[in-house]
Design a protein around this ligand. Structure first.
Ligand SMILES: NC(=O)c1ccc[n+]([C@@H]2O[C@H](COP(=O)([O-])OP(=O)(O)OC[C@H]3O[C@@H](n4cnc5c(N)ncnc54)[C@H](O)[C@@H]3O)[C@@H](O)[C@H]2O)c1
Length: 323
């Protein structure tokens, strides 16, 4: 069986490929990545799984016609909300166009290819009480989540019109090893390691549901193998925690004082995300790693793998004060 992973040098894509190795996956893995911001070839360093890399920008190039592919897991997207606010056009072009080209490739393929398309809980927007289900209305709040909602609409339309075999996952906020240091948790850990203050947007009272990345990888693979065509699978995190509490938990895990600096809130910042994952529960999947354990693993990983993040960081990535 040949499995094509797009965005396999990114954070979740590389953890997914590592998950395949850990479960003894024996098929061929093809990793397609444009090597954009957030990607890193070191994310798959030391991997023993049989895999091949194709450098392609899916927003400008089609998947190869001659490749025999049975499954696709589509992670490829521009992903950082702040960058989407500064440059929405790049996100629109990259995320909508790349997904569209993959769908067209599938539509014309002679094989019966099955795909899992990776979306996000951000397509639902914020929810102050209760939890979103797979039937909830989409109400994206920023350009990034608007492009992800557009991707979902195209997927559902292609399932309905052309009968393509695709399921969608919408997961909570992921954290864990190999996450690019511009994101909240690695940035907090690395700034803390460098005795810099911790940047928190607004009051820090924003609540996120946190999902350990390897749990997400397991959920995605469950959907790939057992999910239904045209079905949406929410992937909730294990715990809902305020951002400010995450900083305090990281400080405790690192066993050091972290000085917090509140900065102006991000425009359109959602206050709370919350998911119910009834479709995945029906497939027998629940998140395993509680936030305290997952944060412990993550802090330890960043502290022990300076070789990995050191070449990636500068003031642009880590914020003011980082030389
Ligand atoms: N990180 C999260 O908390 C989270 C939560 C829910 C959903 N998601 C979704 O999961 C997916 C992966 O997110 P991530 O955090 O690993 O992001 P990431 O930025 O670490 O990785 C994205 C990867 O996709 C590649 N890519 C982007 N555009 C491409 C293109 N046109 N052609 C080929 N490769 C391209 C990048 O080079 C990179 O390797 C995304 O679709 C994102 O929307 C992420």
């Amino acid at each position: 069986m040949a499995l094509l992973v797009t965005g396999g040098y990114g954070f979740i894509g590389s953890n997914y490929i590592r998950h395949l190795e850990s479960i003894g996956y024996r098929g061929k893995v093809i990793n397609v990545d444009k090597l954009g911001i957030g990607s890193n070839v070191d994310n798959l360093k030391g991997l023993n799984l049989d895999h091949k890399f194709l450098k392609l920008d899916l927003a400008a190039q089609n998947l190869p016609e001659n490749e025999e592919i049975d499954y696709i897991v589509n992670f490829a997207s521009e992903t950082h909300v702040d960058r989407s606010i500064k440059n929405p056009e790049e996100f629109y072009r990259n995320n909508v166009e790349s997904l569209f080209r993959i769908l067209e490739w599938m539509r014309k393929s002679k094989n019966d290819v099955r795909m899992v398309h990776i979306s996000t809980d951000e397509v639902y927007g914020e929810i102050l009480e209760g939890s979103f289900t797979e039937e909830s209305t989409l109400k994206p709040s920023n350009p990034y989540s608007a492009t992800k909602a557009s991707q979902d609409m195209f997927v559902l339309a292609y399932v309905r019109t052309y009968g393509l075999n695709i399921s969608i996952t919408r997961s909570a906020n992921n954290y864990g090893p190999y996450q690019f240091p511009e994101k909240f948790i690695p940035k907090t850990i690395i700034r803390g390691m460098n005795n810099l203050d911790i940047i928190v947007y607004g009051s820090g009272k924003q609540i996120r549901s946190w999902l350990y990345v390897r749990d997400n990888a397991e959920a995605i693979h469950t959907v790939l193998l057992k999910g239904k065509k045209g079905e949406i699978y929410n992937i909730p995190g294990s715990d809902e925690v305020e951002n400010i509490q995450i900083v305090k938990m990281i400080a405790k895990t690192m066993n050091r004082e972290l000085k917090i600096r509140h900065v102006e809130d991000r425009p359109g910042h959602d206050l709370r995300y919350s998911l119910r994952g009834k479709n995945l529960e029906a497939l027998g999947w629940m998140p395993k790693t509680r936030i305290a354990d997952g944060l412990g693993l993550t802090v330890k990983w960043y502290m022990e793998n300076e070789w990995w993040w050191k070449p990636l960081v500068n003031e642009k990535v880590l914020g003011v004060g980082f030389a």
